[in-house]
Design a protein around this ligand. Structure first.
Ligand code: ADP
Ligand code: MG
Length: 283
C-alpha cells in the first residue's frame, strides 16, 4: 500500500493547517530553567501568511523549531495537516529558512537551488495543482522573480547578504513545501535591501500561496507581509494576542506610510505593551 500523499490528508476546510496546542518547552532545570514556551496555541489556516513577532528571547525561534520538529515540546502537540511534526518532516512537507542562510559555497546560485530538488521536493503546489506550480518548478524563473536573474552563476562568496538570503528562500520554495517556516530571514539586511526583498518574497508567495509562518521582530515587516500577526511576550514565552491584518493584496511599500498601516502597528504595540505591563490585580 502506498503511503498517503499530503493532499489525501485530513485537512477539512476550516481546520487549521498548522496547529500547535498547549505547547510547553523549558530549557535547563532548577534556578537556570528558562520557560521558552508556556501553553502556546497557534493556528494557521492553509495558504495563509502568518507572522510571529515579539522581543528577543520570547520564544519565537523555539516555537518555529517546534513546528519544524527540530525541538520536542515538553507538553502539548503540533499537527501539520493532521500529521505530527516528525511525520510532516519525513514527508518533506516542511521548508525552513534560517536566520543565516546555509548555502553550499562551491555551488553557484542556480546550483544551490537545484541541488536538493530531486531528492527533497515535497509535493506542495504541484500535487495540489496550485496555480503557481510552474514557478516553483522553474528555478531560473523563481530566482529572477526574487531579483537574482543576473547572478545565477555567482557563488555565495560573491553575493551580498540579501542575495544569499533570497537564494535560500528560492531554494525553500523550489522544494515545494506545504508549510514554509522562516526565522527572521531579513533581520541582517539594511533597510533598502530589506524592502525590496520583502516585496519580492510577497510577489512569489502571492503566486504560490504556500502556508507561511514568518518570524520577525519588525512590526512594520509583520504588518506589510502578513494576513495575521501573532504577538509573543517573554518570561515565560507565550502568545499575548493575535492581530489580523485586513489590508488589501497585493501589498506595496506605499502602504508603509498609510493610516491603515499605522493603525495595525498601533494595535500590535498595544498588545506588546499590555503583555509587558500587565494590569496589577488590586484586591
Ligand atoms: P527568540 O527567537 O524569540 O529570540 P528563542 O526561542 O531563541 O527566542 O529563546 C527563548 C528563550 O529560550 C531564551 O531565553 C533563550 O535564551 C532560551 N533558549 C533558547 N534555546 C536554548 C537552548 N538550546 N538551551 C537553553 N536555553 C535556550
Ligand atoms: Mg530567534
Amino acid at each position: 500500500m502506498s503511503s498517503p500523499q499530503p493532499s489525501d490528508l485530513p485537512c477539512a476546510a476550516g481546520t487549521p493547517f498548522v496547529q500547535v496546542q498547549d505547547a510547553c518547552k523549558t530549557y535547563g532545570t532548577g534556578e537556570k530553567a528558562v520557560q521558552a514556551l508556556s501553553h502556546v496555541d497557534l493556528q494557521v489556516p492553509r495558504g495563509r501568511f502568518v507572522s510571529v513577532i515579539g522581543p528577543s528571547g520570547c520564544g519565537k525561534s523555539t516555537l518555529l523549531r517546534t513546528v519544524a520538529g527540530l525541538e520536542q515540546p515538553d507538553g502539548g502537540s503540533v499537527r501539520i495537516c493532521g500529521r505530527t511534526a516528525a511525520e510532516a518532516g519525513a514527508a518533506k512537507m516542511i521548508g525552513f529558512v534560517p536566520q543565516v542562510p546555509a548555502l553550499l559555497p562551491w555551488l553557484d546560485v542556480l546550483g544551490n537551488v537545484r541541488v536538493l530538488e530531486k531528492v527533497n521536493r515535497g509535493g506542495g503546489a504541484r500535487r495540489h495543482g496550485g496555480a503557481g506550480q510552474g514557478l516553483a518548478s522553474d528555478p531560473v524563473a523563481l530566482l529572477t522573480r526574487l531579483g537574482l536573474g543576473d547572478v545565477l552563476h555567482r557563488r555565495p562568496g560573491q553575493l551580498s547578504g540579501g542575495m544569499q538570503q533570497r537564494t535560500a528562500i528560492a531554494r525553500a520554495f523550489a522544494l515545494e513545501p506545504q508549510v514554509l517556516l522562516m526565522d527572521e530571514p531579513f533581520s541582517a539586511l539594511d533597510e533598502f535591501t530589506r524592502e525590496s526583498a520583502q516585496l519580492q518574497l510577497l510577489d512569489v508567495w502571492q503566486e504560490l500561496r504556500t502556508t507561511v509562518v514568518f518570524v520577525t521582530h519588525s512590526i512594520a515587516e509583520a504588518v506589510l507581509l502578513s494576513d495575521s500577526v501573532v504577538v509573543m511576550a517573554a518570561r515565560p514565552g507565550r502568545i499575548a494576542g493575535v492581530v489580523d491584518v485586513d489590508l488589501p493584496r497585493p501589498r506595496h511599500h506605499g502602504l508603509l506610510d498609510s493610516a491603515d498601516m499605522h493603525e495595525h502597528e498601533h494595535r500590535i504595540r498595544q498588545v506588546l505593551e499590555t503583555a509587558w505591563n500587565p494590569v496589577e490585580d488590586v484586591a
